[in-house]
Design a protein around this ligand. Structure first.
Ligand SMILES: [Fe+2]
Length: 382
């Protein structure tokens, strides 16, 4: 067996009502004032004020930056840094879906070391500890609360850049399933498929280990058995709790095993056409799972058993049945059936394939992938 290493340095607080533990976590940091980084929707519905009130009751001050958008930009990061500096805060609470968490991580770097986020692109460029952060996801989800990645869109080159460093790991992750009970159906479906893709790609990754497999398989089981019920009714408490736990476990899996062609190819789709990350992943998923069938050595059945509504016995299984199952799942969830339907234009495929090949996830995809393969896959998904 290959050697492997792992570490989960966060303090994770999980469970219904755990948002109430925010002041306790903030006090444990030994800090005085938070900047809450969130999005306009959560601000509008009063959730940001709820966080601020909880902190205030515990004698902790707060400011708020609530301008994060989907596929957040380098400009938004800079605005968040300004907000942090002018607020007098000494820690960050990232509250929302993947975007506020990505922005908070990037802002934490720039508030500490200055410069532009592009200067930290890639792995290991962050020189040391950054502004301490408490992450509170409100979707299930990106798993960003337990990963060392921040993904930011650089519009000057239509590129989603990734910064990776263990210094970006939030000190606390608070996961409260009540927070995902009012997510719109389409967002719940797309974010849920994203979480499933994290688990699936981590499980199939060439960098997978027994440790990441354990988390990936548990995540696939939790998500596969609950995604439909959660998308159908976000008020289904048991399904919401399972989805949130699945998203967390998938995040732990892929932060150790990385991902694959789906994420490598979906980032350019979002960078060029502002397609939501989960939707871009979901459209590409069946096409890439089909491409990877050739590399399957038995793991496809494990995944199929988790996601199929009525799985057949292993003796009757062929790898292509997983592809078909995932295609059917997309249809059930109302995901657009192709890139064209999501507003993608084929004339950008060459530049998109060029960008996809820059992703570190290509090298751990189970079937080796060239730029010509990526182009072919974009065409198939079109
Ligand atoms: Fe993702």
């Amino acid at each position: 067996m290959e050697t492997f290493s792992f570490s989960i340095p966060q303090n994770v607080i999980f469970g219904k009502g755990s948002l109430g533990k925010l002041p306790e976590a903030a006090k444990a940091l030994g800090k005085n004032k938070a900047l809450i980084i969130s999005g306009p929707h959560l601000n509008r519905i009063g959730m940001v004020d709820k966080c601020r009130a909880a902190l205030s009751a515990a004698g902790i001050g707060s400011g708020a930056f609530t301008e994060t958008e989907g596929n957040p930009s380098t400009e938004t990061v800079e605005k968040a840094v300004e907000a942090y500096k002018s607020s007098g805060a000494d820690f960050i609470v990232a509250f929302g879906g993947g975007s506020p968490l990505d922005v908070a991580k990037a802002a934490g770097i720039l508030a500490t070391y200055g410069g532009k986020i592009t200067e930290y692109e890639g792995g290991g460029k962050v020189p040391g500890p950054v502004v301490p952060m408490i992450a509170i996801p409100t979707t299930a989800g990106t798993g960003s609360e337990v990963t060392s990645f921040s993904v930011i869109t650089d519009h000057s080159r239509n590129y989603k850049l990734s910064v990776s460093s263990n210094y970006l790991l939030p000190v606390y992750a608070i996961l409260d399933p009540e927070l995902i009970a009012s997510v719109p159906a389409g967002t719940a479906a797309a974010c849920g498929v994203d979480a499933m893709v994290h688990a699936l790609e981590a499980y199939l990754s060439l960098a997978a280990s027994p440790f990441s497999d354990m988390f990936a398989l548990k995540a696939l089981h939790l998500i596969g058995k609950n995604l439909r019920a959660y998308a159908a009714n976000r008020g289904n408490e048991a399904a919401a709790e399972a989805m949130m736990m699945g998203s967390l476990f998938a995040g732990i899996a892929f932060s150790h095993a990385r991902l694959g062609d789906v994420h490598a190819m979906s980032h350019p789709v979002s960078a060029y056409f502002n397609v939501a990350h989960g939707v871009a992943n979901a459209i590409l998923l069946p096409v890439i799972v089909e491409y990877n069938e050739l590399a399957d050595q038995g793991k496809y059945y494990d995944i199929y058993r988790c996601v199929a509504k009525a799985p057949l016995p292993e003796a009757m299984f062929s790898s292509h049945m997983l592809t078909e199952e995932l295609r059917a799942l997309n249809m059930e969830l109302g995901i657009p059936s192709c890139l064209k339907e999501a507003g993608v234009k084929a004339e950008y495929f060459d530049a998109m394939a060029e960008n996809a090949m820059k992703s570190g996830n290509i090298s751990v995809n189970p079937r080796s992938t060239t730029k010509a393969d990526v182009l072919e896959l974009y065409k198939k998904a079109f």
